[in-house]
Design a protein around this ligand. Structure first.
Ligand code: XMP
Length: 436
């Protein structure tokens, strides 16, 4: 990293990432470290221009007040303490309560720019140029493997690595048969045809559907999909010769949150990992300093299409957890087609820019209807559209009737085996975002 940096020391504030993001929005790089970092470790970090001691009401742990090492206040760095009584004594500016993120940047501006004299050179062009150099240094003339799901993070990693090392990168795109309409085709089009990547496309749909046949329990389904995914990826990796590195789309929140997450597991999430011990790779993680919006900005800068860069979150097990119970081909088709209609109509009405996540679900029961003057017995489609900041809680998007009616009309006319459309009004909690 060549950029100047402001270090945030975490004394239990819930606002650490907001402060880091506010500083980055000023064009100055910032990272968060635990409060018990030693002065030596702090001094080893590159280009530190100032330190923010970020406290808040949580800085008392088990009745004990926690603080950073005393030497840090006296070692010559500019120090700003937030919500910290000591700050008053030391004559350092203090804020009683942090304002919302946008205003925060303005409040921090004098400290960052005037006190610390940090240079405003944090931007995506510099980040990409730095990373290309770092990736080339790390990888040399060796080969790198990437599981390219088509999600935002792995797509941006792919684009960055293609730029840095071209054909030394091999991307593997596993189609588990539970992807959305048009997704595998887009991955092939963008990466193989437009970016000339080394792309191995594996259509494992039949294999996954076979493994999932008759399995109705949501956790079992998730585990089968996750394990099978690793197996397919592993088989492809074994076919390749001389791979030394595995690239991953780890991003900054994954690093900041790991270790501090105490939340009880509600569902087993699946992402690539857990490769067998004998397949040992070194990791290339070029996005590990970026927040999600920066990952998107990086992807745009690298020329990825908006539909990829602004893609809504999509779970690893894909449509498998939206085709409820034991997956059948007719219901999977109904989920895929109704989801495509929903996405198309959301895009037409601009809702795709406003709503965080939206999709359809097809349950494993039928209801009675009437079609062409005769009784029908077909599946319902459930629409879900939610807004959230961190996916831990979610509220319902209050969709306008005309949009809902248009989508309903299209689903009933265009999707086979469906005779009813419902809208899910449940927030998280009590519900979760996905149905399984
Ligand atoms: P829930 O259903 O737990 O979902 O409220 C919260 C968010 O996580 C997404 N999700 C996943 N993402 N792998 C992922 O990468 C998974 O296995 C997975 N399961 C759920 C879900 O779509 C929602 O955005």
């Amino acid at each position: 990293m060549k950029q100047d940096m402001i270090v945030i020391l975490d004394l239990g504030s819930t606002q650490n990432t907001a402060v880091a993001r506010a500083i980055r929005s000023l064009g100055v790089y910032s990272e968060i470290y635990p409060h018990d970092i030693t002065l030596d470790a702090l001094k080893k970090l590159p280009n530190v221009k100032g330190v923010i001691v970020n406290g808040g009401p949580n800085r008392v742990v088990d009745g004990q007040e926690i603080d950073v090492a005393k030497e840090i206040y006296q070692c010559g760095y500019s120090v700003l303490a937030i919500d910290h009584p000591k700050a008053k004594n030391m004559g350092i500016s203090m804020m009683e309560k942090l304002p919302e993120e946008e205003k925060m940047a303005e409040i921090l501006r004098p400290f960052v720019l005037d006190n610390c004299h940090a240079e405003q050179n944090w931007n995506m062009q510099n980040f990409i140029a730095d990373q290309i150099e770092l990736i080339r240094d790390q990888v040399g003339d060796k080969k790198v493997l990437l599981a390219l799901s088509g999600g935002v993070d792995s797509s941006v990693v792919a684009a960055l690595l293609i730029k840095a090392i071209g054909k030394q990168l091999t991307c593997v795109h596993v189609n588990h048969g539970l992807l959305r309409k048009g997704e595998p085709e887009q991955v092939v089009e963008v990466f193989r045809n437009q970016m000339s990547a080394n792309l191995i496309y594996v259509d494992a749909s039949e294999r996954f559907l076979g493994k999932l046949e008759g399995v109705a329990d949501p956790e079992k389904k998730r585990k089968i999909i996750g394990a099978e995914f690793i197996r397919v990826f592993e088989e492809e990796a074994r076919k390749l010769e001389g791979i030394d590195f595995l690239a991953q789309g780890t991003i900054y929140p994954d690093i900041v949150e790991s270790g501090t997450k105490t939340a009880k597991m509600v569902k087993s999430h699946h992402n690539v990992g857990g490769l067998p011990e004998d397949l040992k790779f070194d990791l290339v993680e070029p996005l590990k300093q970026l927040f999600k919006d920066e990952v998107r900005a990086c992807g745009k800068e690298l020329g990825l299409p908006d539909s990829m860069v602004y893609r809504q979150p999509f779970p690893g097990p894909g449509l498998g957890v939206r085709c409820l119970g034991a997956i059948t081909r007719d219901r999977l088709e109904a989920v895929r087609e109704s989801d495509a209609i929903l996405r198309e109509e959301f895009q037409k009405s601009g809702l795709d820019k406003k709503v965080w996540q939206y999709f359809t679900i097809v349950p494993d029961f039928k209801s009675v209807g009437v079609r062409d003057h005769a009784r029908s017995f077909e599946y319902p489609v459930i629409i879900r559209a939610v807004n959230t900041i961190d996916a831990m809680t979610a509220s319902i998007e209050q969709l306008d009737w005309p949009v809902l009616l248009k989508i309903t009309d299209r689903i009933l006319k265009e999707v086979k085996n469906v005779n009813r459309v419902c809208y899910d009004l449940s927030p998280k909690p009590i519900a979760t975002i996905e149905w399984e």
